[in-house]
Design a protein around this ligand. Structure first.
Ligand code: ADE
Ligand code: ZN
Length: 333
């Protein structure tokens, strides 16, 4: 669906399509334990978050040079633009690269080369959000924040996030890192309530001071928390196709998106790891429209929310322009 939208929950490493993975593997002399792209696609069957993460980290081995990261981001921007994405706040996982001997500068400069052209070539404005791996130590996260210092600011890293295996790794583990990030003027988000309990959402708000919750699906188990999220207008970056593939919901028709919107939550729809979960941002909009019978006004509400929730405070003119595009959009069919 080409309805103009911002994508606020997108892991750039999760946009690595099998074809590009094999191309980069050949170029970099990395052996993949799959015969071809079909066999690799066959491996895209997940039991839960961890079974996905295992493959996600394994495939990253093909990403080695600035050019690799540049091509990855370029390919994402082209696909996203074709599905109406006008603004993308892109996550990346520096620790997953640094631990393989790929430096922060290689990742950020490589991605940055593509992002710098994002607007001219694809008509997509961008921001970078660096995520800490919550199953790694707080010390490692702090070192990663230090390593990012040369790359902070407009055009590069504007915020921090928290991802990877959620259960058993509560937000409070990263209190000091988030305090340091806030002192550096960075925006703060965190995955919470994907597989983890509603209490992790509360902690992300209270202890880490996050401005948006990534996923947040399980807030629906705690009416008091829902009331708080509604009152404070805390945006949730939902990823419906991801929720089905990682079995947070059984089938899309049972996704709580409509109940969440009805409750007054500021929901957005995003793709998470589109190469693995069966679709990019527009595909997620199409899928929920179909499975949940969303009206055009509901779809417009989701798109509007995405721009309201975007970190565009430094460019309100742009936000207003995007919001006007949402209102002017004419649905086909
Ligand atoms: N890393 C990439 N995608 C993720 C997700 N959906 N949850 C947690 N960590 C992730
Ligand atoms: Zn995610």
């Amino acid at each position: 669906m080409s309805l103009p939208k911002a994508e606020l929950h997108l892991h750039i490493e999760g946009t690595l399509e099998p074809e590009l993975a094999f191309e980069l593997a050949a170029r970099n002399g990395v052996a993949l334990p799959y015969a071809d792209t079909d066999e690799l696609r066959e491996a895209y069957r997940f039991e839960d978050l961890q079974s996905f993460l295992n493959l996600y980290y394994e495939l990253m081995a093909v990403l080695r040079t600035e050019s690799d990261f540049e091509e990855l981001a370029d390919a994402y921007l082209a696909r996203a633009a074709a599905q109406g994405v006008r603004h993308a706040e892109i996550f990346f996982d520096p620790q997953a690269h640094i631990s393989r001997g790929v430096e922060m500068g290689t990742v950020v400069e490589g991605l940055g080369r593509a992002l710098d052209r994002g607007e001219a070539v694809h008509g997509v404005s961008t921001r970078l959000i660096m995520c800490f791996l919550r199953d790694e130590s707080a010390e490692s996260a702090m070192e990663t924040l230090e390593a990012a210092k040369p790359y902070l600011g407009a055009g590069r890293i504007v915020g921090v996030g928290l991802d990877s295996a959620e259960v058993g790794h509560p937000p409070r583990k990263f209190r000091e890192v988030y305090e340091a990030a806030a002192a550096m003027g960075l925006r703060r988000v965190a995955h919470a309530g994907e597989e983890g309990p509603p209490a992790y959402i509360v902690e992300a708000l209270d202890v880490l001071g996050v401005e948006r919750i990534d996923h947040g699906l399980r807030c629906m188990e705690d009416p008091e928390l829902v009331a708080r999220l509604v009152r404070d207008r805390v945006p949730l970056t939902l990823c419906p196709l991801s929720n089905v593939r990682l079995r947070a919901v059984d089938v899309l028709a049972e996704h709580p998106l409509v109940a969440m919107l009805d409750a007054g939550l500021v929901c957005t729809v995003n793709s998470d790891d589109p190469a693995y979960f069966g679709g990019y941002a527009g595909d997620n909009f199409d899928a929920v429209r179909e499975a949940l019978g969303l009206s055009r006004e509901r779809l417009r509400e989701l798109a509007r929310n995405s721009f309201v929730a975007a970190f565009l405070d430094d460019d309100e003119e742009r936000r207003a322009r995007y919001l006007a595009e949402v209102e002017a959009y004419e649905f086909g069919g």
